[in-house]
Ligand binder design. Structure first.
Ligand code: ADP
Ligand code: TRP
Length: 324
């Protein structure tokens, strides 16, 4: 079984990314063959400078390795290290109806957020389909927001099979974890960097303590009174980090009353800080050994490229791009 997923290098990782995408990818390393990459071609559609793209790409590699991607167990690489993906994206574009792309939420969303309508932003799903099909992926762990792109991928794979031969591509399945499908943000909406309501994975200790204290929204129940558990953002976040016993104790304390939100937020911070302790320590080590990151990405790229070239040779033959 081959699992593949990509993450865009577009800023500081938050715990929504962790529970929605990174943790599942780390767990799947044990269950099959993982192909994980940094989607830097995709990030070009919204990135303001070459320097930002370069720094974010490297930063994401460091953070993902710190979170537990293990290059001994998976193939970890940067998307741009395998330029073959662009050729496949072009080939897929030839069977991709305009209407399919026009319907994609992500494009409409970007327009609504004021991004200029570039061809790359519009064609984004075709490149994502190429990412997935180039490596013959069986399953793709993603958040709910990417489900539509998986449908586009399956559509394009089926169209290619119809046009050029039934066995050209496998139809990949999405894996969407219902448990952590949507991690709430500090304000209770979906956590997202576009909403400014995120809790970073690798935040500074003092700043993150302050962030939780100031930004997690609560109601105005007085300290001595029982507090509602339904819709509590503190509890929803605490559940992600605390042991079941700790979580049950906080629920009890809500029911009984006598404990204020300040204390609950303190407990939330402590549980969060402890949860990422090992990852933080690994990150320190990785930052002190930049050659380790270079080496991992170089080896990952070689392995991925080997696979990509084999697929592409097969596809070029099938679609008539060879003449001998
Ligand atoms: P953002 O919404 O902050 O821009 P991205 O769109 O870059 O995040 O998402 C990267 C990955 O993290 C995707 O697989 C996405 O589904 C997942 N993800 C992002 N936010 C959340 C969330 N609040 N809950 C669960 N998964 C999330
Ligand atoms: N579009 C994905 C996102 O924004 C990133 C991505 C690019 C991806 N290519 C992929 C995810 C292939 C899964 C498979 O999060």
């Amino acid at each position: 079984m081959r699992f593949l997923t990509g993450l865009q290098p577009s800023g500081q990782l938050h715990i929504g990314n962790y529970f929605g995408a990174i943790k599942p990818a780390v767990e799947l390393q044990e269950k099959g063959e993982g192909f994980y990459f940094i989607a830097n071609y995709h990030a070009m559609t919204t990135m303001e400078s070459a320097q930002a793209l370069r720094e974010n790409t490297r930063g994401l590699a460091v953070d993902l390795l710190a979170c537990g991607l293990d290059p001994q167990k998976c193939t970890f690489f940067a998307q741009s290290a395998v330029p073959e993906v662009n050729e496949l994206a072009w080939i897929l574009s030839t069977v991709c109806p305009m209407g399919l792309l026009e319907r994609c939420h992500s494009y409409k969303d970007k327009m609504a957020h004021g991004f200029a309508a570039s061809h790359a932003l519009f064609a984004y799903p075709a490149l994502m389909a190429a990412d997935i099909l180039l490596y013959n992926s069986d399953a793709v762990p993603v958040g709910k927001d990417q489900k539509q792109h998986l449908e586009v991928t399956r559509d394009l794979a089926a169209k290619m099979n119809d046009a050029f031969g039934q066995d050209l591509f496998k139809l990949p399945e999405p894996i969407i974890s219902e448990v952590t499908a949507v991690v709430p943000g500090l304000d209770g909406q979906k956590m997202s960097k576009s909403y400014g309501n995120t809790l970073p994975i690798f935040g500074d200790e003092k700043a993150t303590r302050k962030l939780i204290n100031k930004k997690v929204v609560t109601d105005a129940t007085p300290l001595e009174d029982p507090k509602p558990t339904e819709g509590s953002i503190i509890l929803a976040l605490y559940k992600l980090f605390a042991t079941p016993e700790q979580y049950a104790a906080m629920v009890d304390a809500h029911h009984v009353g006598g404990v204020g939100y300040g204390q609950f937020k303190k407990d939330l911070f402590e549980a969060y800080w402890e949860y990422f302790r090992a990852a933080r320590e690994r990150r320190e080590w990785i930052l002190a050994h930049p050659e380790y990151v270079d080496d991992v990405l170089t080896r990952g790229a070689a392995r991925a490229r080997e696979e990509a070239q084999a697929t592409l040779a097969r596809i070029r033959q099938a679609v008539g791009l060879t003449w001998i």
